[in-house]
Design a protein around this ligand. Structure first.
Ligand SMILES: NC(=O)C1=CN([C@@H]2O[C@H](COP(=O)(O)OP(=O)(O)OC[C@H]3O[C@@H](n4cnc5c(N)ncnc54)[C@H](OP(=O)(O)O)[C@@H]3O)[C@@H](O)[C@H]2O)C=CC1
Ligand SMILES: Nc1c(N[C@@H]2O[C@H](COP(=O)(O)O)[C@@H](O)[C@H]2O)[nH]c(=O)[nH]c1=O
Ligand SMILES: [Zn+2]
Length: 384
């Protein structure tokens, strides 16, 4: 089947050697060690002219070096000669300068004569590296293990096509699926190790979002903090989705410096429409949003299929009464239930999707039905 992707992608669709396929499998395994969010997970393997797997790199999340650069750095440190090598990468090498430099130029500068990638980047900003390399005389082929590579980042590709941030939802619930006791108290359902994971996630995202209900009941600061309460170095935007005014003395306005007037990270989103909320955050450069409830806002994002990954922590606590984790979604019968699957990509270093964190249980999930694999939107630089 020919897709818009094929029409836009440079180079051939193969044939590929057995060594290239082995290298791509190693690159896919390496990609799974990364974290997904504003950026996809990506792996890159350097293959010697004789088919030997030389170095395998991966991307460790937005702001860190890209997979190809990781592999090239390893080669440099080991003194590996690069003539005759092939760069095998799970995503088309980027050609833009974002938080890091363009991989396509790094590959060209390294004198690598062949590049094999699985799936086109497809974003307006970073796509086009394959064409750039082909124009500069590099042998470029794409489509090797494309389905596997696409599955690894399926919801990330979907978010890109829809021009919205990647959305994570975090829920900390009791054994009986409640996120607060009858009187609204919810601090703390889960234990310290699970909360520490939550703060590590907060520091990786660009914005944390809560609803007006949580603001009014809990007055949270929405900052990323270490276990002893000290602020972590990287702080995200703090967004409140509420049509009512946010009080001047709300902690979410202040962030990590309670006495400072305004750190520029507080955002009031006076809407009940999650699409509108995401569009506003994207206009501020947000690529990854963490929704931290409560149940009304969680349901609003879930109802619109806007949750790309779910971090669900379940504590061995029974409440019997209190708010359910998610407000009604209009599901009347089991056949209409929303099913989720383990997300193979998660915490840095490939921590398992389902596991224990202290006394609690962690589930890292993605919607079970992968999005319909449409061809990626043709990037603007391919439009006439
Ligand atoms: N354990 C956990 O993981 C968490 C638990 N909680 C608990 O949840 C409880 C609060 O739940 P809840 O009241 O549902 O809080 P929410 O945080 O979901 O806020 C709901 C409010 O947000 C506004 N809002 C934004 N979008 C929508 C929408 N699409 N539809 C309707 N209203 C919208 C409305 O405020 P407005 O009228 O101002 O527009 C609404 O009253 C608290 O007890 C809190 O402790 C909260 C977060 C995490
Ligand atoms: N992670 C990754 C790529 N990711 C691409 O680069 C974009 C982000 O770049 P930056 O702003 O520098 O973080 C991201 O949106 C995606 O299009 N590309 C690659 O060549 N290799 C990588 O390992
Ligand atoms: Zn890159």
């Amino acid at each position: 089947m020919t897709t818009a992707d094929d029409a836009a992608a440079p180079g051939s669709r193969g044939p590929f050697t057995a060594a290239e396929e082995t290298a791509m499998r190693a690159a896919l395994d390496a990609a799974r060690l990364g974290v997904r969010g504003a950026n996809p997970v990506v792996g890159a393997a350097l293959l010697g002219a004789d088919g030997t797997l030389l170095h395998v790199g991966h991307h460790r999340g937005a702001g860190t070096e890209h997979a190809e650069v990781d592999a090239l750095r390893q080669a440099h440190e080991a003194g590996t000669p690069l003539h005759g090598t092939t760069m095998v990468v799970t995503l088309e090498p980027c050609r833009h300068t974002g938080r890091t430099g363009p991989c396509a130029e790094a590959i060209l500068a390294a004198g690598i004569p062949r590049v094999v990638y699985a799936v086109a980047d497809g974003t307006e900003t970073a796509g086009g590296g394959g064409a750039f390399l082909a124009e500069h005389g590099v042998s470029v082929a794409h489509g090797l293990l494309e389905r596997e590579a696409r599955e690894l980042n399926d919801r990330w590709f979907l978010a890109q096509r829809r021009r919205r941030p990647f959305v994570s939802l975090k829920i900390a619930q009791s054994l009986d699926g409640r996120v607060a006791a009858a009187d609204g108290t919810s601090q703390w359902i889960t234990g310290a190790p699970a909360r520490a994971e939550g703060h590590a996630l907060r520091t990786r995202v660009d914005a944390i979002l809560m609803g007006g209900g949580t603001l009014r009941l809990d007055d949270p600061a929405l900052t990323a903090r270490a276990e002893d309460g000290t602020p972590l170095a990287r702080q995200p935007f703090r967004a409140v989705m509420s049509t009512r005014p946010v009080p001047d003395d709300a902690r979410v306005r202040r962030g990590v410096a309670p006495d400072a007037p305004d750190d520029g990270l507080f955002v009031h989103l006076p809407t009940h429409d999650p699409h509108e909320a995401l569009a506003e955050l994207r206009s501020r450069g947000v690529g990854h949003v963490l929704v931290e409830g409560g149940p009304t806002v969680s349901a609003a994002f879930l109802a619109e299929d806007l949750v790309d990954e779910l971090w669900l922590y379940q504590a061995p606590v029974l409440l019997g009464e209190g708010a359910a984790a998610v407000a009604p979604l209009g599901i009347g019968t089991l056949a209409d239930a929303r099913r989720w699957r383990s997300d193979p990509v998660g915490l840095p270093g490939g921590v398992p999707a389902v596991g224990s964190v202290g006394e609690d249980c962690r589930w890292h999930l993605a919607p079970a039905a992968p999005p319909v694999i449409e061809p990626p939107a043709v990037p603007d630089h391919h439009l006439i």
